[in-house]
Design a protein around this ligand. Structure first.
Ligand code: ATP
Length: 475
């Protein structure tokens, strides 16, 4: 029986289903349709560009294996993307993209120094038995400077990274240690530096490795009795990027071997780039001699991005995914997820996925649900409108009354409390608070804040209002 696109795809699907979770299969493979089979190229139609990128990023190997089983070594996969425009009435159109069309960072041939001309130089990245002195840089070409957006929070680290990429080993930023909290872009920036160096200096041998993998390889080398080969392998790098070095904490054997590699590279003018979730002073269980070496170069912190940077990161991601999203939703996300860019990206991905699978428009309600579901622990910023609503409900009046010009004491107090909490819980200026709460000026707001402070310390009943309202607003 001759093969058809459908029969080939059905076989691929049954192989894929055996290798991933039912949920992932349902989400990412059921919506795909096989559309064409020519020679050894299968075309599959996917619902969006985002969908295609997700498949390429997470399932390309699985797709390749399953397709090779069906169509042989020269099998090719072509994505046909159904472009849908949620915000207009344009006809759907399609775009064809071959699988894995992103430019890869090329593998690098290495000249082994003559005195060590050992044809058996062991590459810990290669399965034993397969001889290979080609060193894959392990860099991710998707992490570049172009898509690492600049803001106050990362300016120093980003500029230092660019300086290092322009002159690896030739600046005083050696080592360059990038540190910061979870999901703030350390890995991205470290890859970007490596990718940029490979672009500018293709002849340089660059290697990215996580400290965890480095540790595993080291343990393996001790077991197999080839510790020296392991050290030698790392010493031939021109640029070594080690991610999450806090992982070395408490592992004295690995620290020792890293110390030797580090010294060798540094003395020979080779560039070392490190990332860590802590500043060197806060690292525990790392030997002093290693810590002091980390401090030789530059330690640059990645801080929490400010609102503007968060907005640009979201917009950039949407642009790359070919998705349109209303401005108020972008701002809502940026306002609500503040401390972790990975969570911010996760929320965008979920939002796009929800809207494309359920064929729903991206609305503020959907965004609110996603933010609640996926990043529960992030606090939602309290708005001035919300504060006025809570205060007026508490004093059993409506918002119009709270904002009115009346001088009645209990209404004046309610208004002053709303101004006080707006100052406390939002970043709005006094002038902006005043204009939103009954069109008052900034002096009135300042006076309100002082009055609330005074009354809180002198009037027991008033203190109770403040405590109750505080509780309601921080729930
Ligand atoms: N300035 C930025 N511009 C664009 N994307 C960014 C930026 N900073 C971080 N990201 C994105 O945020 C996500 C998380 O970044 P990354 O994995 O580099 O964080 P990390 O600090 O290494 O986290 P961890 O502490 O978990 O190792 C990545 O997808 C990255 O591309």
């Amino acid at each position: 029986m001759s093969k058809t696109a459908q029969s080939v795809w059905t076989n691929c699907l049954s192989f894929i289903a055996d290798n991933i979770s039912p949920q992932a299969f349902k989400t990412w493979f059921e919506p795909i349709q096989a559309v064409k089979l020519t020679d050894n190229a299968l075309s599959i139609q996917v619902p969006s560009k985002f969908f295609y990128e997700w498949l390429e990023e997470h399932y390309v190997k699985l797709l390749k294996v399953s397709l090779t089983k069906e169509l042989g070594e020269n099998a090719k996969l072509v994505y046909v993307i159904k472009m849908e425009n949620t915000y207009g009435n344009k006809q759907p159109f399609t775009e064809k993209i071959p699988s894995s069309n992103r430019s890869q960072v090329k593998s690098q041939e290495v000249d082994v120094p003559t005195k060590n001309k050992n044809p058996e130089l062991r590459n810990p990245f290669v399965i034993p038995g397969i001889r290979n002195v080609k060193i894959e840089s392990q860099l991710n070409p998707n992490y570049s400077f172009d898509n690492f957006l600049e803001g106050d929070s990362n300016r120093l680290a980003r500029s230092a990274g660019l300086a290092v990429a322009n002159k690896p080993g030739g600046t005083s930023f050696n080592p360059l240690l990038i540190f910061g909290g979870v999901g703030l872009g350390k890995t991205h920036l470290a890859h970007a530096i490596g990718v940029e160096i490979k672009d500018k200096y293709p002849e340089k041998t660059v290697l990215y490795i996580s400290a965890e993998k480095f540790t595993q390889q080291y343990i393996e080398s001790v077991k197999k009795n080839n510790r020296n080969d392991f050290i030698h392998f790392y010493q031939i790098m021109d640029v070594l990027v080690v991610d999450d070095i806090q992982f070395l904490s408490g592992k004295s054997g690995t620290q020792d071997v890293f110390f030797h590699i580090f010294n060798h590279l540094h003395q020979n003018g080779k560039q070392v780039i490190l990332t860590s979730d802590k500043a060197p002073v806060d690292m525990i269980d790392i030997e002093q001699r290693l810590l002091s070496r980390f401090k030789w170069g530059l330690s640059a912190e990645l801080q929490h991005p400010d609102f503007e940077t968060r907005v640009s990161i979201i917009k950039n991601k949407l642009y790359r995914d070919g998705v349109d999203m209303p401005e108020d939703i972008v701002e809502f996300l940026a306002n609500n997820i503040k401390t972790n860019i990975r969570e911010l990206e996760g929320a965008i991905i979920s939002l796009i996925a929800h809207s494309s699978f359920n064929r729903r428009e991206i609305t503020i309600d959907l965004a609110r649900k996603i933010v609640d579901n996926y990043v529960k622990h992030t606090k939602r910023e309290v708005s001035i409108d919300y504060i006025q609503k809570v205060v007026s409900d508490y004093f059993q009046m409506d918002v119009d009354t709270l904002q009115s010009k009346t001088r009645k004491r209990h209404i004046v107090q309610a208004r002053q409390l709303a101004m006080f909490f707006a100052k406390k819980f939002t970043k709005a200026s006094l002038a902006s608070i005043g204009s939103q709460i009954g069109r008052r000026d900034h002096a009135t707001v300042l006076h309100a804040c002082k009055t609330v402070d005074n009354l809180t310390s002198t009037d027991k009943q008033f203190r109770k209002y403040v405590e109750d309202l505080n509780k309601k607003l921080t729930l």
